[in-house]
Write a protein that binds this ligand. Structure first.
Ligand SMILES: Cc1cc2nc3c(=O)[nH]c(=O)nc-3n(C[C@H](O)[C@H](O)[C@H](O)COP(=O)(O)O)c2cc1C
Length: 141
């Protein structure tokens, strides 16, 4: 069975909900999901997984300068270099994600494979297009 780790950083619970929805969806696809917060994640264990999904709430000035918060950045920088897992990113937001994914990628560049999935949700619920994107992600398309 393939394994996925879904790591989230959430202030008020929306991004945690999205992480849990992603985990529940992957479980319906014969993937063993582990959903964990940034603070509860053992970064050394991330090398051995098939899928690694990294999420953070969108911080910024609402329409510009979106970025992950400092605890997420510290976590991202602590992930050991590995090309093993396929990488996906996710975020929740209110108005616009703007530079959010580019900033997340910047902190991971050079140590992980380039992310091949970007999921965003205002509510923390998975939309139909989110589900289709997850299908492509696990199929490797
Ligand atoms: C300080 C602060 C800055 C934010 N900046 C943005 C922003 O630039 N763009 C946006 O769409 N939402 C922004 N938001 C909204 C949050 O990203 C959104 O509510 C998110 O779903 C919260 O996730 P959480 O419940 O996991 O903490 C901001 C929220 C806060 C508290």
């Amino acid at each position: 069975m393939k394994r996925a780790v879904i790591v989230y950083r959430s202030r008020t619970g929306t991004t945690r909900r999205l992480a849990e929805e992603i985990g529940a969806y992957l479980a319906t696809r014969d993937i063993d999901p582990q959903v964990v917060s940034v603070g509860g994640c053992d970064v050394q264990a991330l090398r051995d997984v098939d899928y690694l999904l990294l999420g953070c709430w969108t911080g910024g000035l609402m329409i510009v300068r979106q970025h992950p918060d400092q605890p997420w950045v510290d976590f991202a920088r602590a992930i050991p270099a590995t090309t093993g897992p396929r990488i996906g990113l996710f975020t929740t937001y209110k108005l616009a994600t703007g530079s959010m994914f580019a900033q997340m990628r910047r902190h991971l560049a050079g140590r992980l494979s380039a992310p091949v999935l970007e999921l965003k949700s205002r509510t923390g619920r998975l939309s139909e297009s989110n589900r289709r994107a997850l299908e492509r992600f696990i199929a490797g398309a």
